[in-house]
Design a protein around this ligand. Sequence first.
Ligand code: PMT
Length: 401
Amino acid sequence: MLKGKKIVLGVSGGIAAYKAAALTSKLVQAGAEVKVIMTASALNFVGSTTFQALSRQPVYTDTFKEHDSTQIQHIDVADWADLFLLAPATANTIGKLANGVADDILSTTLLATEAPVYIAPAMNVHMYSHPAVINNLKQLDQWGFRFIEPGDGYLACGYVGKGRLEEPETIVSLLEQQYVQKSLLKGKKVLVTAGPTREKIDLVRYFTNPSSGKMGFALARQAKALGAEVTLIAGPVALPTPQGVHRVDVTTADEMYEQVLTYYKGSDVVIKSAAVADYRPKQVFDKKMKKSPGDYTVEMERTRDILQELGDKKEHQYLIGFAAETNDLEHYGEQKLARKNLDAIVMNNISEQGSGFNYDTNASIYLTKHGKRIQWPLMSKDDLAANILQQTSTELIGEDS
Ligand code: PMT
């Protein structure tokens, strides 16, 4: 899978830099073309000649030492890459990338590239668990960077724990797997809804729910990573748009209805993870209502059930619903599958601590119209999204063949 791929390997200054030499060799043996960029600190651990000999390419160590005066080298290398691999990625280089610092050849090229970037951290166990590093990794994760987790074991600093650069052959096979994965939804248009809706009572008050959009954004991010063209219709949430995803912001259930219906016809897969209001105030005041003594009753009316309508109008689309329930998940799931003419449904168990609204994790049961039933334990919303899309691609292949 790596044959002919153009890979830029960024080597930053940690003892694991010596493993990057073996990594270069393995990538070349797998058929990739490799260009290496080294930081000044990395040069303290391994010489650039080692990488030059292994890659048979010039090694980049200085922003201003141009190999070719007709080009601006960091831009040229950034554009050349099909894939950027940062291994080892030190706390310093991760911190620079997460904060937009570009003060050497590696950090400037990293900011300039549009290629997918894989980060393989390697550092002392306490550095890896420092809140600053955790925050930086979280930020990069939200922007769509991918990670090759460090392994557990003996570290050069004498500690035993997490922080060891993954072995070169494992990194190569993970990249190969990613390439297979990357095309799972290639050519497919995926429509995802995320977050809550807001239904106004007056100018300053509204009904809503605690959906953060994390589940839907994870689905959009993962669908993009699998090669799909993704449109994300988002209720009011405070999340950055995943890289390469087309985002449409809406506020009310009615606006979500309009936008979903606009994109529905052209979509291959539709995933409705939004928590849409079922009711809205019948009367909306365009000024702030003055309070007066005694109770106040708001009369509510039903919003349109978007998912039901999508099920009724379904042509070729693969339609996935979501629901958050406290009990009898399978029973309610089966009912919704049939009633709304869905292909699959993800039932979130919100009675389990850590699952559902606003958490970073979910515990779910996945049901399909063909009788498949998978129970997923509590896991990150990104992992759950990857599982859902993996299942979806399998179902799509089944339907296409
Ligand atoms: O956003 P997070 O904080 O990450 O939380 C994620 C989540 C818990 C909100 C999400 O995983 C989830 O479970 N979403 C569905 C919430 C729910 O209970 O929905 P529902 O039972 O009201 O609706 C079922 C399905 O119908 C959903 O696919 C919903 O998008 C859809 N629906 C509902 C009402 C409506 N008027 N139109 C709809 O399309």
